[in-house]
Design a protein around this ligand. Sequence first.
Ligand SMILES: [Zn+2]
Ligand SMILES: [Zn+2]
Length: 351
Amino acid sequence: MKKKNRMAVIYGPMDMKIIDSEIDDPKPGQVQIEIKAALTCGTDVKIYKRGYPFLTPPFPTGHEYAGIVTAVGGGVDPELIGKKVVTSNGAGCQYCFYCKRDKDNLCEGMEEDYDEFVQMGGGFAQYINVSAAIVKANLMVIPDEVPFEQAAMVEPVSVALHGVNKAELRVGDTLCIIGAGPMGLLKTQIAKMRGARVIMLEKDPGRLAKAMELGADVGLDPGKYDDIVSVVRGLCNDGRGPDAVIEAVGQPATWELAIALVRKGGIVVEYGGCAKGTTITVDTVRLHYDEITIKGSYSATAYETETAGTLLSRGLIRAEDYISGVYSLEQTREALEAHMNGEGVKFLIRP
Ligand SMILES: [Zn+2]
Ligand SMILES: [Zn+2]
């Protein structure tokens, strides 16, 4: 039986409406979730501002959510009905070239069937039918004591974890993170769990203070120094520089700064996605004689999604540290605009 479903839909750049629509019963392999908490994300803001290359308007929006299973499609365990769950917004197909090589974050499945392997929208709504591929790979039952909004952080935590894993930190290492947005903050917490010392570079005083509150050891505003590279290097490994650097801004200039900061033999993780067509310049001396490693970081694997669920279930990362305001579903636009205007870290929508 179809259910009434109020949802946020994008009609074009900066054009979002709340519409009353209907949702079908879940198809075989799918799970229907009544959404109890959804979170705004930088990606939602980007989509609201300029659309999304893989989606033609009108399309639903919101991809970080948790709720209760209200119905299941054929082949799915009916015991799931009534359970508190969270899913990620994507899944690997498990059989393509990359999935076979444990790189399900690079899965080719989305090129074959986008909607089956990626659900970039539908989270700012009362109900959602989660695709069979995502149910199979990335649906997690969450403990009763974990708030819905905390569970809803699985996707950003998994993606932050992927970036930190790429830095291959050892206990006692110094990690420099550039940028204290939601991702830089999550990476700070995760790096601390791995026994690293964290130096945060951030120009915004509010964000820098938040990073310190969440465990960063040193916080610096790079705008206040003529030579930030020497300042950061002077703080670690007797002037040699940090063991690893993660860029979490998404600007070519900070990508280059990350490469300049790291010590010989260190690892640079270029995490922040830059605008299409941009390029950076790399000093060949750094790559050859200094043997630095430069890596990209995109999305997360199913294993990291599972680990993110564990961290949130244990309360090692708490929603209250990240949520700056609460809105109703009808106020989704206000929530996105608050996020866009930098009025906080993330915003909670309660349908
Ligand atoms: Zn997100
Ligand atoms: Zn695949």
